[in-house]
Design a protein around this ligand. Structure first.
Ligand code: GAR
Length: 194
């Protein structure tokens, strides 16, 4: 069973989708830690409901990114974490974490990267009147929403959708694409290790 840590800052609907796949046996993984940088975020409540170990931190309580990432790496090593799964984690990953998990940190972003990087990607695409939007899953590097692309799924819009409808469509794609991509990555890695 692949051991993963899920990192989030928000409502945790992607975390929920991953848990659904795990709980019904479609994703061969175990979430051994949920990390959150926002006290009171929905993802924490959801993780606690699942009975999972959580680590909530505030970046301002640490002298630097390297300092809190060293704490996270230590924790994850003790728990045997193999993959770090960012699910709405709104913070750039630094070299301490990147060096500890080379090519094993992945992120989901609600746009067809390289278009609309950064915060509020759905709003950015909507205001630009984009008619082809989508979701990207990619390896994490030191940049913001850069890194090698693993999977993308596009959605065509008519241009008559409201922002809420577009957001709903994006999230529906995310909740299928993320767990399916994780399953593909973990299965591939297991077959390479045999
Ligand atoms: C998701 O839409 C995810 O793609 C986005 O944050 C949302 C988190 O929602 N991530 C980014 O924008 C990363 N740059 P959730 O907490 O309900 O899963």
């Amino acid at each position: 069973m692949t051991k993963i840590a899920v990192f989030g800052s928000g409502s945790g609907t992607n975390f929920d989708a991953i848990m659904k796949w795990i709980n019904n046996g479609k994703l061969q993984a175990e979430v051994v830690l949920v990390v959150c940088d926002q006290k009171g975020a929905g993802i924490i409540e959801k993780a606690e409901r699942e009975g999972l170990e959580t680590f909530v931190f505030s970046a301002k309580d640490y002298a630097s990114k390297a300092e809190y990432e060293a704490v996270l790496v230590e924790k994850m090593r003790l728990l045997g974490v193999q993959w770090v799964v960012l699910a709405g984690f709104m913070r750039l990953v630094g070299e301490t974490l990147l060096n500890a998990y080379p090519h094993h940190i992945i992120n989901i972003h609600p746009s067809l990267l390289p278009a609309y990087k950064g915060k509020d990607a759905i709003g950015q695409a909507y205001r630009a009147k984009a008619t082809k939007i989508g979701v990207t899953i990619h390896y994490v590097d030191e940049g913001m929403d850069t890194g090698e692309i693993i999977a993308q799924k596009a959605i065509e819009l008519t241009g008559n959708e409201s922002l809420e409808e577009v957001a709903y469509m994006i999230h529906a794609v995310e909740h299928g694409l993320y767990p399916a991509t994780l399953e593909m990555l973990f299965t591939k890695e297991k077959s390479l290790c045999l």
